[in-house]
Design a protein around this ligand. Structure first.
Ligand code: THU
Length: 133
């Protein structure tokens, strides 16, 4: 699968796949790993962290972005999401808005062990909320 991806995207898929092993998903049993590449080239990873209040759950994509921002980076060029689900998991609506906060012409890659889908973030989320007064 990753053989047809450029190395920088293949590396992101591998990172997302590895961090998925640390997902904390006792309520849904749906384990997600995400990796983002900052403009600097650095890679940050996150897994979903569920909570018994349900609403306190943090998605893998946002967990990865929190790591990126905490490291002092506020621009990203690629996001990879890895699950083993039958249907590829694209970032949820809330994560899309959070990605929109930091993306710079980002690519989004959703993958499972069998296939992947690569698209421009602008195609996935063409009209984000903009705060303008
Ligand atoms: N989840 C993510 O990690 N990313 C998404 O984009 C959507 C959903 C997680 C949240 C929850 O732990 C589990 O998947 C089931 O919704």
């Amino acid at each position: 699968m990753s053989a047809v991806l450029p190395p920088e995207l293949s590396e992101l898929v591998t990172a997302a796949r590895e961090v998925r092993e640390r997902a904390y998903a006792p309520y849904s049993a749906f384990r997600v790993g995400a990796a983002v590449r900052a403009c600097s080239g650095r890679v940050f990873v996150g897994c979903n962290v569920e909570n018994k209040s349900y609403g306190g759950t943090i998605c893998a994509e946002r967990a990865a972005i929190l790591q990126m921002v905490s490291a002092g980076e506020t621009a990203l060029v690629a996001v990879a999401v890895f699950t083993d689900a039958e249907t590829l998991a694209m970032p949820c609506g809330l994560c899309r808005q959070v990605i929109a906060e930091f993306e710079q012409s980002a690519q989004v890659l959703a993958a499972n062990p069998r296939e992947f889908k690569l698209l421009a973030f602008s195609a996935l989320f063409p009209d984000p909320f903009v705060l303008s007064r």
